[in-house]
Ligand binder design. Structure first.
Ligand code: AHR
Length: 323
């Protein structure tokens, strides 16, 4: 009797495990990641791994070292392996037609993560999980306009990677706000390629060109890492970032929260690193039921400023996320 009930218990456990396995998606996804140019990018990679594990999927991540040619090679390798789906964070917006057509011909759905491609490529991917990066620029610009009021404000801008959709959009959103305020103008604009070291170099040259920084009212950087480099440049030049020169950037990485809490930075627009979560859900629904997702799955952007009372709390949560 005892032996029979033990066997029964083992059977129940085995079928429960089998049911669990049936619930897991079990998809194999190839992810062509741009690289690790920023804290945000590293967080996105970490969160993607966590999401895959949670869903019972497998993700193969190829680091492209910020080169489109490496991304194209990775995509071709994923196609040859016959993966269930491809996630692509496109470093630049153009030049994808050929390889995405190859994925389409192989019936492998492609989902864009965090950056967009040229609109002519719309039929070549299933959906794009991204923020509204033009809106991020608008939010940054509106925060600055409100903060300076009617005072004259000479702005320097550190742009993201040339050709990247988010760099073009963040510029446009911000420029449009500046154009509406006659007291604001952008005097200098240069790329820092989304990296901390180039952000620092660009800011050093801006400081030199603008009378040791005295001619600068604010700096707008397309990401936090470049701003953290810029903050370092300001400090080395004997300036007080956040006081002598206002700062506004995008991402909300933990190091930016540290700078906000130290009042060395003023504002950041948050970009969630969890683009893969909605992408895994959309891919699973498409593969199992043929459900076609909307062409754009939008993630939300939130503004944080040094005046907020919840900075420490958000910083702690982000650290827990594995940033
Ligand atoms: O595409 C998202 C951007 O890429 C992030 O804002 C930036 O940090 C990263 O390099």
């Amino acid at each position: 009797m005892k032996q029979r009930s033990t066997m029964l218990a083992a059977l129940v456990a085995a079928s429960a495990m089998a049911a669990g396995a049936a619930h897991a998606n079990g998809l194999v996804v190839g992810f062509s990641q741009i690289g690790s140019e920023s804290g945000w990018r590293a967080a996105e990679t970490t969160v993607t791994r966590q999401d895959a594990k949670k869903n019972g999927d497998t993700v193969k991540i190829a680091d492209a070292q910020q080169k489109q040619e490496n991304q194209i090679k990775a995509l071709r390798s994923f196609i040859a392996q016959g993966v269930d789906g491809i996630f692509l964070a496109p470093v630049v917006a153009t030049g994808w037609t050929q390889v995405l057509t190859e994925a389409k011909d192989a019936k492998i759905p492609v989902i864009l993560l965090d950056r967009d491609i040229d609109p002519s490529g719309k039929s070549l991917y299933l959906t794009a999980v991204t923020s509204d990066s033009t809106h991020e620029g608008t939010v940054a610009g509106e925060w600055l306009a409100k903060t300076v009021g009617s005072k004259p404000c000479n702005i320097v801008e550190i742009e993201g990677t040339v050709g990247a959709s988010v760099a073009a959009n963040r510029k446009k959103g911000f420029d449009d706000v500046v154009a509406q305020h006659s007291n604001m103008k952008i005097s200098r604009s240069e790329t820092g390629d989304f990296t901390r070291s180039q952000g620092k170099q660009v800011m050093e040259s801006f400081i030199k060109a603008e009378n040791g920084g005295k001619g600068i009212c604010a700096v707008y950087a397309h990401n936090d890492d470049m701003m953290i480099g810029a903050i370092q440049a300001m400090k080395e030049a004997g300036l007080k970032p956040g006081t002598d020169i206002l700062t506004v950037s995008v991402d909300s990485v933990p190091d930016m929260f540290k700078a906000l809490m130290a009042h060395e930075a003023n504002a950041t627009v948050e970009l969630t690193p969890d683009m893969a979560g909605p992408a895994f859900v959309a891919l699973a629904a498409y593969k199992s039921k043929g459900t076609v997702p909307p062409k754009w799955i939008e993630t939300k952007s939130v503004l944080h400023t040094s005046a907020d009372s919840d900075l420490q709390q958000i910083y702690d949560q982000k650290k827990d996320l594995g940033y």
